[in-house]
Design a protein around this ligand. Structure first.
Ligand code: HEM
Length: 476
């Protein structure tokens, strides 16, 4: 391999490559973690690789994460990086189609809509949906696909809780197809190229219009019928939200925000649920421990789950956290650099128009931060929190009772940090923990053919290559 581009003065080192323009796309794409680790050893925490003509400056370690997540607005932009992928899917006037200050207001609307009071109402809904869903696994023992199940269940529960009953009731019919077509446009190629004339993009554009109209028709219908007693986000967005300027959120913006939430939560939460169940399948003794935790908190496995009980299920929480450590669904967090940008503590300067990216899985799986980093060990979080008490200023309660490390200097950042940090975390935890809690009441699990699946890095989200499990129904 050689360098086909000239390294600019003080630019971080560039990984040599075989094919002009294509750059390291193929070697990186085959196994990104291996690729990043290899060049981290060779060059340190900052290096550039070429990806289809773009300069991608990879920033690793806690300092690298901090550099990306806390970059100033004038220096680096998320919208410039994500626009071509997201605007056709989410729609105009929201998220990366607006100035960052507007996005901040829109995130606040959603965050207020995901109040503890609403989350409290969601737990029984998720419990019911999960029980109903898994009643289909009605044999004593069989092989099933947990990723497929998780994806179906996450869209059902997210629709029911966030989008509303009307959307949930259409899931088996028209809405599922619209979602499928829209989702087809949410793929890496659209991050790399603007407006490609692909058949899947045509379907995406048609699906966007259908979904927006579908949401707006429900809003109109609710208004005409005077419906105001719902706990979903549609209710919140259409009644309570006003920008600081005094302008109210339009129905179109509300619909686009709902699409953005659906897309942001669907694959992230469903792959996390699938990976968590696969890790559990590889450690059958954890099933008894999880059941015992529920008995300790609730008295028996027959008590209905409540928000307060879910909050207290620490082992369930640590299973989700540990899954997010080893398999953070979003691999690369990317910003486009708007002007030459020095990297603090180094002699490097990132040239304007390059991209900087943080790769969470590298710090999450680094021995420097986590002992036996490749081992799934939910109990490490007990020690992790105790050992890090002196850094309490890093811990933030996002309204869910569980303290999460929020500083961009933490080695564990599955929900990001800084101004673009996820606002879906409390909902995701409630949703995934409730699903797992119901699941362990109903089943025991083992890996199919005793094999833990490898990662598939080809889509936007890191998925298991295979997700078959052997379930055994429990006698209740
Ligand atoms: C942002 C992860 C679920 C809505 C983010 C970011 C990460 C993330 C890493 C930061 C992106 C960046 O800095 O470029 C996750 C994970 C989830 C999850 C791991 C589940 C396990 C959800 C859910 C929702 C949601 C359920 C909606 C209800 C958002 C929004 C942003 C965001 C609105 C802000 C984007 C921005 O400000 O640029 N998420 N997310 N996420 N997420 Fe999530």
């Amino acid at each position: 391999p050689i360098l086909y581009v000239k390294r600019k003065q003080n630019e971080p080192p560039i990984v040599p490559y075989w094919i002009p323009f294509i750059g390291s796309a193929i070697t990186m794409g085959l196994d990104p973690i291996k690729f990043y680790r290899k060049y981290q050893q060779e060059y340190g925490n900052y290096f550039t690789f070429i990806l289809l003509g773009r300069r991608m400056v990879t920033c690793l370690g806690t300092e690298g994460n901090n550099f990306v997540f806390n970059a100033k607005l004038a220096d680096a932009s998320a919208e410039a990086a994500y626009k071509s992928l997201t605007v056709p899917v989410f729609g105009k006037g929201v998220v990366y189609d607006v100035h960052n200050s507007v996005l901040m207001e829109q995130k606040k609307f959603v965050k207020s809509g995901l109040s503890n009071e609403n989350l409290r109402a969601y737990v029984p809904m998720i419990e019911m949906e999960t029980k109903n869903y898994f009643s289909r696994w009605d044999k004593k023992s069989d092989i099933q696909d947990v990723h497929k199940a998780a994806a179906e269940l996450i869209i059902m529960t997210a629709s029911k809780c966030l989008l509303g009953d009307e959307v949930r009731s259409k899931l088996d019919e028209s809405f599922a197809q619209i979602f499928h077509d829209l989702d087809g446009g949410f793929k890496p190629v659209n991050f790399l190229f603007d407006d490609l004339p692909l058949p899947s993009n045509k379907l995406r554009d048609q699906a966007h219009v259908k979904m927006r109209n579908f949401f707006m028709d429900i809003m109109k219908d609710r208004r005409e019928k005077g419906i105001t007693d719902r706990t979903d986000i549609m209710q919140y967005l259409t009644t309570n939200c006003q920008y600081k300027s005094g302008k109210k959120l339009s129905d179109e913006e509300s619909a686009h925000i709902m699409i953005a939430m659906l897309m942001a939560g669907q694959h992230t939460s469903s792959t996390t649920t699938a990976w968590a169940l696969l890790y559990l399948a590889a450690r059958p003794t954890l099933f008894n421990e999880l059941r015992q935790e529920q008995i300790d908190i609730l008295g028996s496995l027959h008590e209905p789950l409540t928000f307060d009980a879910i909050k207290k299920l620490t082992l369930h929480d640590n299973v989700v956290r540990e899954t997010l450590r080893l398999r953070p669904p979003i691999l690369n967090i990317i910003r486009k650099v708007l002007r030459d940008l020095p990297i603090p503590g180094t002699q490097y300067v990132v040239p304007k128009d390059s991209y900087i990216q943080s790769v969470l899985a590298v710090s999450h799986r680094s021995e420097g931060y986590f002992e036996s980093a490749e081992t799934f060990n939910p109990n490490r979080w007990i020690d992790f929190d105790q050992n890090n008490k002196e850094r309490d200023d890093d811990l933030v309660d996002y309204g869910f009772g569980v303290l999460h490390r929020a500083s961009a200097k933490s080695p564990f950042l599955p929900f990001g940090a800084g101004r673009h940090r996820c606002i879906g975390e409390p909902f995701a935890y409630v949703q995934i923990k409730t699903i797992i809690a119901v699941f362990v009441r109903m089943f025991d699990l083992a890996l199919h053919e005793n094999t833990f699946p490898e990662c598939d890095f080809t889509s936007m989200i890191v998925q298991p290559k295979s997700s078959l499990v052997q379930y055994t129904k429990r006698d209740n």
